[in-house]
Design a binder for this molecule. Structure first.
Ligand code: NAD
Length: 479
């Protein structure tokens, strides 16, 4: 995951110069950005009809044009995303954009099934849904548009995007660049559309719009619930809180290095990133020592409480317990710190560290808010437990039934199998950083929409299709 620092500095300065010339300008005829939801959906419907007339070979060439544009503009979009949302790391977002451009599957993902026999030939083909309404998160404002854009169009659909308002310029710019590339490659305009001012109101109008055939939501629990209540076919890719278990049989130094690499990637924004460590038996102290070697800064004692007061918000309510009243304190994340650098976060509690510090680590109990909540910050709690059964029980509890991602470092196949069976996550990564689970340093394609709640898993073009059966009786079998 190393990238040339000098190159990034050069690209960053070029981008800043470009950005000073202003935010992306809506250009209604080729770039897909409209004033109202109605206009944008209508344009996407016209584009869908045009796309239906093109061959799959032509569609694939348009997908290639989108890939090229996304790859060429990976740095521009990464810089915009960090600067606009205030979250993440430019160098990591460049990699994410590039990977989305290269490793999102295309039309080859669409497979036809056939049965032939005495009664002829039956085919099942993967056809498009129509116009898809895609809701994207602030944590991946360009990555999700690139990945969903390629996947949905490869499957023959067009898309209305509903980007997160806090990263709208980045998402809009991505939509514009992809549309312009398609038009330049001889494709229809407005394969991807959106509105110039995305909002929750616009997202709700999109969900109810009769011109939208299918919904795909990538984000937290609220938006997943919203699309699943819409009455339309919906794919929900929701929150995670991935636990990583390290047992006594693991290569402890490698585990420490991999955990820091995965947890610190894009400042912990990815939903798949390591969010809490559960160390089994006696290896905890050794693991912590190696984590410090690979860029972690250890805090302890009262300092943990000071950090809690900064990065989390507390809510107190009185609850009745039997005949007495008890204070129930619950915590949420302070959004100002989501995706921020470890150095910045530590500076807020008066600790000055070098840039090389990538993650703040601390030992906590199993019910600490850092363990329970999805922080999306480079702050990693470590809980020591006595054995693998205790570790698995805690991991299952803090994953909250999201069925998203879990990670394990171990050489014990039985332990790995037991954990995987118990936690039932969509992604289970063994002996690697979490991002190996989406094909970065591991086998398999990439996605930025991991549909645990609705079961499509790592989405690809086939996830955005309808299966259609064509039956021909008494012919076309040649045996
Ligand atoms: P978010 O839920 O706040 O917003 C996601 C999108 O949904 C935004 O476009 C937002 O405007 C919209 N939205 C939110 N509530 C809505 C509602 N009630 N009605 C209509 N639209 C609504 O999430 P975020 O902070 O942008 O992203 C971080 C979350 O997304 C984390 O929980 C992370 O785990 C999750 N995530 C999941 C995946 C995945 O593939 N499963 C990928 C990336 C992020």
């Amino acid at each position: 995951m190393k990238i040339d620092e000098a190159l990034i500095a050069k690209i960053t300065s070029e981008i800043l110069t470009q950005m000073q010339s202003g935010s992306p300008q809506p250009c209604e005829h080729t770039s897909g950005i409209f004033t109202t939801v109605d206009e944008a959906v209508a344009a996407a419907r016209v584009a869908y009809k045009e796309l239906r007339t093109l061959s799959i070979e032509k569609r694939e060439s348009l997908v290639q044009a989108m890939r090229d544009a996304a790859y060429e503009n990976a740095a521009l979009l990464a810089e915009m995303g960090v600067s606009e949302s205030g979250m993440g790391r430019v160098s990591d977002k460049i990699i994410k954009n590039q990977m989305a451009a290269i490793k999102t599957p295309g039309t080859e993902d669409l497979e036809t099934k056939a049965w032939s026999g005495d009664r002829g030939l039956t085919l099942i083909e993967m056809g498009p849904f129509g116009v898809i309404g895609a809701i994207t998160p602030t944590t991946n404002p360009s990555e999700t548009v690139i990945c969903n854009g390629i996947g949905m169009i490869a499957a023959g659909n067009t898309v209305f995007f509903s980007p997160h308002p806090t990263a709208k310029n980045t998402s809009i710019k991505t939509i514009q660049l992809l549309n312009e590339a398609v038009v330049k490659a001889g494709g229809p305009k407005n394969l991807l559309t959106s509105v110039a001012e995305p909002s929750i109101v616009a997202a709700n109008a999109m969900m109810k719009h009769p011109g939208i055939n299918m919904l795909v939501a990538t984000g937290g629990p609220g938006v997943v619930k919203a699309v699943l209540s819409s009455g339309k076919k919906a794919i929900g890719a929701g929150a995670g809180n991935p636990p990583v278990i390290v047992d006594e049989t693991a290569n402890i130094e490698k585990a420490a290095r991999d955990i820091i690499a995965g947890c610190s990637f894009d400042n912990n924004l990815p939903c798949i990133a390591e969010k809490e460590v559960i160390a089994v038996g006696s290896i905890g102290d050794e693991l912590i020592t190696y984590m410090q070697k690979y860029g972690a800064y250890l805090i302890s004692g009262a300092t943990i409480g000071r950090l809690l007061d900064v990065i989390m918000t507390a809510k107190e309510e009185k609850i009745a317990e039997g005949c007495t009243e008890k204070i129930n304190r619950t915590y949420g994340i302070n959004k100002d710190y989501v995706g921020k650098d470890a150095k910045y976060i530590l500076s807020k509690i008066g600790i000055d560290v070098p840039d090389s510090v990538r993650v703040v680590i601390c030992e906590t109990g199993p019910e600490h808010p850092f363990v329970v909540e999805e922080l999306m910050m480079p702050v990693l709690p470590i809980v020591q437990v006595k054995d693998i059964d205790e570790a698995i029980a805690l991991a299952v509890k803090v994953e909250h039934g999201n069925r998203h991602t879990a990670i394990m470092h171990s050489k014990n196949v039985e332990n790995m199998t037991k954990y995987a069976k118990a936690i039932e996550t969509t992604i289970f990564v063994k002996n690697a950083p979490s991002y190996a689970g989406i094909g970065v340093g591991g086998e398999g394609f990439i996605t930025f929409t991991i549909a645990g709640p609705t079961g499509e898993g790592l989405t690809s073009p086939r996830s955005f299709t309808r299966q259609r059966r064509c039956v021909l009786v008494e012919a076309f079998s040649i045996i």
